[in-house]
Design a protein around this ligand. Sequence first.
Ligand code: IMP
Length: 192
Amino acid sequence: MKHKLVFATNNAHKLEEVAAILGDSYHILSLHEIGCDADIPETSGTFAGNALQKAQYVKQHYGYDCFADDSGLEVDALDGAPGVYSARYSGGGSEANMDKLLHNLTGKSQRGAQFRTVIALLLGEETQLFEGIVRGSIIEVRRGEGGFGYDPIFVPEGYDLTFAELGSEVKNRISHRAKAVELLAQYLNKKG
Ligand code: IMP
């Protein structure tokens, strides 16, 4: 029987992407599939802390081996902000978040930034962390319609287009999330 592993998310897109990379060795379950509709706390000040908190919640309450992710944008000239607060930076949605970020970078020539994902895996007695980073820069005016979050203002290193212009095929190859998931997959496939 396949080893059951919960991905502590209800984001269907993330689930599909991870299940595809992991192949057949594991049966990946969503929170919904294990009957968990709780708003799992994410109160740590770091990506790793939040990812661990989510994975531990599932393991403690439901007993499954589990992994969870946490991601965000870290801007050099803002000392790593918005970081773990990326989703709720402005208190509004993505448009308001980008407005606030662009406002806070007004007049700054240093535009370097990175997206970071940390995945925490609890497998048996083991705890493992996997990290993916993509470096790039923040442009002054949004470009592109694709993606989500801060994609229209982020140009990854080595490209002239924003994540929102590059399209999901390219983004899913080079993104922070893709890199972290690839490390998770390498680890699990070695075990499985
Ligand atoms: P999550 O932990 O993957 O849900 O990401 C938290 C927040 O970080 C999102 O709500 C976005 O604001 C931002 N973020 C994370 N990954 C991306 C990305 O690939 N593109 C744009 N924004 C992102």
